[in-house]
Design a protein around this ligand. Structure first.
Ligand SMILES: C[S@@+](CC[C@H](N)C(=O)[O-])C[C@H]1O[C@@H](n2cnc3c(N)ncnc32)[C@H](O)[C@@H]1O
Length: 230
């Protein structure tokens, strides 16, 4: 089924090294896609319980095949995921037994769920349309430090004044040279303070987090920030 999601057939498709990393991750599956969670993330549940998603148009950058997407679709007016890798888009719709319509090319719609198979960095606010809420889990922290300014500039350009932007980060030691990268509150302040009001809502020590044992970490904290675009 992944072959049906044929952004790679597009003659404009040319992959950078960073993009190839993600294409390979999805091709190889297994530990390379261990960011994918079986259960809806507790931060997503909290947003739903607080009514943040109600009747909202929700943007999920770097959505993968997250189970948070269909969960959001139960509350939101529309959920728009952005995902680079066609295989991930194909797996998402197959896993959820959905048959999307592709129109225009690269934009897959099933009910109030839309996935744009595209490079986030090429997306404009005009392509995307209005957004009320953004949910960023394993998205900002998927990028190495030298790409984060570009990510912040892209997101700032896509998010209209008044919209809310939830960011989940992991902060851990010793730091690793691969995603998910460690990002703490001081960095969120430095990246977003110019264009957003920032509330540090969640700070949870996670001694049980699977990365601790798997990667030999000393400690790991999971953060949640609610930003509001000025
Ligand atoms: C760490 S995963 C997170 C997936 C999802 N947010 C989740 O919680 O499961 C990052 C995802 O972003 C995609 N990705 C990487 N670079 C991208 C880009 N420039 N534009 C759109 N998607 C991208 C990858 O293919 C991958 O599925």
């Amino acid at each position: 089924m992944a072959d049906d999601y044929s952004a790679q057939a597009n003659p404009l498709w040319s992959v950078t090294m960073e993009q190839q990393f993600w294409v390979d991750s999805w091709d190889e599956g297994g530990t390379k896609t261990s960011f994918h969670l079986r259960d809806v993330h507790e931060h997503a549940v909290a947003l739903a319980e607080q009514g943040v998603l109600d009747d909202a148009r929700v943007l999920v950058p770097l959505c993968g095949k997250s189970v948070d997407l269909p969960f959001f679709a139960r509350y939101a007016r529309e959920v728009v995921g952005i995902e680079l890798v066609p295989r991930a888009v194909g797996e998402f719709f197959a896993d959820n037994a959905l048959t999307p319509v592709e129109d225009p090319p690269g934009v897959f719609t099933a009910g109030n769920l839309v996935i744009r198979c595209a490079d986030l960095f090429r997306l404009t606010a005009a392509d995307l349309g209005p957004v009320d809420v953004v949910y960023d889990r394993a998205s900002l922290i998927a990028f190495p430090e030298d790409m984060r300014d570009r990510y912040v500039a892209t997101m700032t350009g896509l998010i209209p004044p008044g919209a809310r932007y939830w960011i989940n980060t992991l902060e851990y030691r010793p730091v690793l040279p691969t995603p998910p990268f460690s990002v703490g509150p001081e960095q969120i302040e430095a990246y977003f303070d110019a264009a957003f009001d920032i509330a540090h809502v969640r700070r949870d020590e996670r001694p049980e987090h699977r990365m601790i044992e798997k990667l030999g970490l000393d400690h790991l904290i999971e953060h949640g920030f609610m930003l509001t675009r000025r």
